[in-house]
Ligand binder design. Structure first.
Ligand code: FAD
Length: 239
């Protein structure tokens, strides 16, 4: 069977076309990209920044906008990081950068993938999930999201999650208790229940897990331990 997602090669010139604060530590950046070829939900791009002295830094960022929307990334600040503090706190409209991609043909959702979706996101791992839930819901595919953030002020896309346009979702806070949120890390029995909506095992369910490597590995292990078939699991590790 031919691959459904064509790889796109080469750096393209891009500019910052708009920014939006998403949480105390995260910001979305809309990009205007020369010759943007469009993207599939779940894909990412590589972003290359060049300083005045010629020094370059490259990092990967998932696309948080749905296919058909302008390319957008959503970046969470890593306090001692080199690139993310610039993107979250400094970059302004018109700033130039370069992008490569979109990249990725495995951690993606496309029309025709008509199975119920379970999305597990940790921290900035919510970025590709937004593209997936927007695309999947537009095609009538059921989506359940479980999102883990450290504190309430670090919940990204909080307004969209609360709105009727958001997916059915539960948000866990690992570092504080707050009304309207679950407390603590995802437990094995919770993962097991997610595979059994209404108490009945959903055999067609596909799970996507993204975020920091430790979160992804723990959640993936838990889902497999709860009986999910490895072929029904897609993971994206942010490092
Ligand atoms: C496929 C892919 C998609 C990604 N998508 C996103 C996205 O949508 N949004 C987003 O914010 N990030 C995303 N990332 C992570 C991103 O590429 C950078 O690694 C992150 O922004 C940190 O870069 P930095 O230059 O600020 O930190 P660096 O200077 O690279 O690292 C500084 C320190 O932080 C640690 N560190 C690096 N990355 C992380 C992290 N993610 N969490 C905690 N500690 C870290 C490093 O070990 C190091 O100690 C993605 C990564 C990959 C591989």
């Amino acid at each position: 069977m031919p691959p459904r997602v064509r790889p796109v090669r080469g750096w393209r010139a891009a500019t910052v076309a708009g920014t939006a604060r998403e949480s105390a530590s995260a910001r979305s950046i809309r990009l205007a990209v020369d010759g943007w070829p469009g993207h599939v939900a779940g894909q990412h791009i590589d972003v290359r920044l060049t300083a005045e002295d010629g020094y370059q830094a490259t990092r990967s960022f998932s696309l948080s906008s749905a296919p058909g929307e302008a390319p957008q990334i959503t970046v969470e600040r890593v306090d001692d990081g080199e690139v993310s503090p610039y993107l979250v706190d400094v970059a302004t409209d018109g700033d130039a950068l370069e992008v490569m991609g979109p990249v990725g043909g495995y951690f993606v959702w496309q029309p025709g993938d008509d199975v119920p979706l379970l999305l597990l996101a940790g921290g900035s791992g919510i970025a590709p999930m937004r593209a997936i839930w927007r695309a999947a819901r537009a095609h009538g595919t059921p989506v359940r999201l479980v999102y883990s953030a450290r504190t309430a002020d670090r919940v990204i896309f909080a307004d969209e999650l609360r709105s009727p346009n958001g997916p059915e979702s539960t948000v866990h806070l690992t570092r504080e208790r707050a009304a309207g949120f679950e407390h603590g890390r995802l437990r094995a029995e919770q993962l097991s229940a997610l595979l059994r909506p209404g108490g009945v095992r959903e055999p067609r369910l596909r799970a996507y897990v993204s975020g920091p490597t430790a979160f992804v590995e723990e959640a993936a292990r838990g889902l497999i331990g709860a009986g999910l078939d490895a072929d029904s699991l897609r993971t994206e590790r942010f490092g």
